[in-house]
Design a protein. Sequence first.
Length: 338
Amino acid sequence: MAILRPDTSTTLNGVRINEYLLTKHNPNRIDMPSVSMAGKIIGVTVHNTDWITVASGTTPAEQYTRATVNNNMNDVRVHYYVDNVCAWQNLPHSLNGWHAADGSGNGNRRTIAIECIMSSAYNSTDKKSEDNCAKLAAALLKQYGLDINHLYTHTHWLNVRDGRHGTIDQLNTMYNRYKMCPAYILPHWTEFKKKVQSYLNAGTPTISAPSTKQLYRVRKSWADAKSQLGAYSSLENAKKACKTGYSVFDANGNAVYTNGSKFTKGQKVAIRANTPLFASAETTSVTRRISGTYYLYDGIACKNGRYRITTKPEFCGKTPVGRFVTGYVSWDNFGVIR
């Protein structure tokens, strides 16, 4: 396959972002993630992947993207590859990735993944890649109203998966025999965090947008192009056309509006197999995994797109809450709604 050409190029916080979304470009029909992250993003996960020598006229980030398209990256799917020159965006923010080795956990399902391309030499090229990664991470955290405590390592999610406990930074750096990642950044994780924080403190990241006209698309999910109801130059018109269960997406695949008003108190829902159950709307720790028929306790959407569920229709709305509410489940895990 020839060197890829991005659909658009923008500059975010000083880093050139070349957009080449696998949702638009999949000639080899490689397996793709399908779970929406719209309205559920809780942070940014940082990885390291090894430096590679590339031909003239391209960069490692482009070649990793090309390798993904060619199905040479196994089942790894990330949102961004970043090197010393630029970043290549492979997935829209509204779509989950496969990168954290935690299955349907919060790493894969609720964080934006950055693969920073470096080597163990930690030379000037590596440091520039790391700096671009820090700038990109800061811009993404700011975009979603998140602070430095929402910056995660791959190892964090492995430790959560394995049932370990601790503070965010303890889990970020705690030894895990499966993998220590980002391998080249972890030895100075504290300094890297300080760098990201400095870019967070620097003010609103500047975005140089392409000259193409913005269109807002109404779909069930960004990846489900067949569900599209229409494309609108006016956001307000797109919202008006947005049916229940649909979202409005910008040109980069980010959900800017979701019509999720289909759920009501007492409604019966079929929970999909292996669905994570949470003890609150905000926690990232999974209490247990469930499936089967439940009922919406009050039908009110909580933070992170979660709803309170209970086991019997007569429990809906009853107090004390702690006695009758089974837990919190993200609405995208609801199967057939009766």
